[in-house]
Design a protein around this ligand. Sequence first.
Ligand code: GLY
Length: 411
Amino acid sequence: MKILILGSGGREHAIGKKLLEDDHSIHLYFYPGNGGTSIIGKNIENHHTVLDLGFFAKKNAIDITIVGSEIFLLEGVVDIFQNLELKIVGPHYLAARLEGDRIFAKSFMKKYGIRTPKYNIFYCYEKAMHFLKKNTNSVAIKTNGIAAGKGVILAHNSYEYEKALKNMMIEKKFGKSGDQIIIEKFLKGKEASIISFFNGKNIIPFLSAKDYKKIGENEKGLNTGGMGSIVPNPYMTNSIWIDFKKNILEPTLKGLIIEKLTFFGFLYFGLMITEDKVYLLEYNTRIGDPEAQTLFPLMKSNFLKIIQSSFQDKEIYIDWKKLCSCCVVLSSRGYPEKYESGKIISGLNSLKEPFYVAGAKKKQEKWITSSGRVLNIVGIGNTLKEARKKAYDQVKKIKFENLYFRKDIGL
Ligand code: GLY
């Protein structure tokens, strides 16, 4: 069995390690991969377009491709692979717009009665500013395109409204993504990530997760790709799960089927839990990073079998270990802005599983940093407290110049 995984982060390393843990005989290929994936499989190079990747997969008889990063989805990789009669896990382009086109996603939510914060759409700066002049509440201003995860600004007063709108619509800091914007009611609460597997007929939710998006402790500072994650999310109580299924998951499934947006792959619900209700902030059409790094170590079921069952139109049941996990992301100081790479990492060889490489590579037998997010260290325990302690105990083993990590993951 040959499996190709698309992406270059800790998430892709985690998918690969889980597949190998379940079945050592699998051959893994990654594009573009990282220093960690090159140890458990082969990183393939020099494929500039998704069509080139399709030809590679065809020529090398790849059995299944799993898409990690949304970049490939929004380039239509699934449509191209399916046209080449290749099996691939991920949404086709039209369904990937649920992540890549926020106005499309919001319209879908509205049409199918999926609970989401109130919003308005604007195509011109003056009209958006006019709307905000009558507003006194906090808002989330979002670009239509996802702008590499950066196109969301929370604004709490008229100075911040104007700054955000100018940024997006006049100065075009997020490029064409900001040609159209959404102004959404800001909700105060706790965020949750519910990642699920969609087999085209049913949406099977994973355990609940929580990611820590900001660079600073107590969720301060700039947004990042994720500085840590925990599973389960303590705010996903039984009553919130019931509310989520009734008001978000079930109408989503209905809408996907009616609109013919079905696919085999991950569907990620980005939620906000207020005092008594849960709201859908966004969909992602892939597994989260670093949520994947906390979910896969707790998955008891054979992941490849889940994928194969969906291709064979069989029912899916996912079994989980009754444990907790906590992932701490080690990064290069300065990330998500300017940072230096090429720093020698010590201690990596003494780490216990599970841990994942995000941005590090081996050079002349030494591990060096190669990106903003460098390593993902995971602790597993009977309680979140125990998982957290195990993760931070392992973190102490790692040293490199300008190492930075948040100390409050799982607190
Ligand atoms: N952890 C958030 C994301 O993957 O988008």
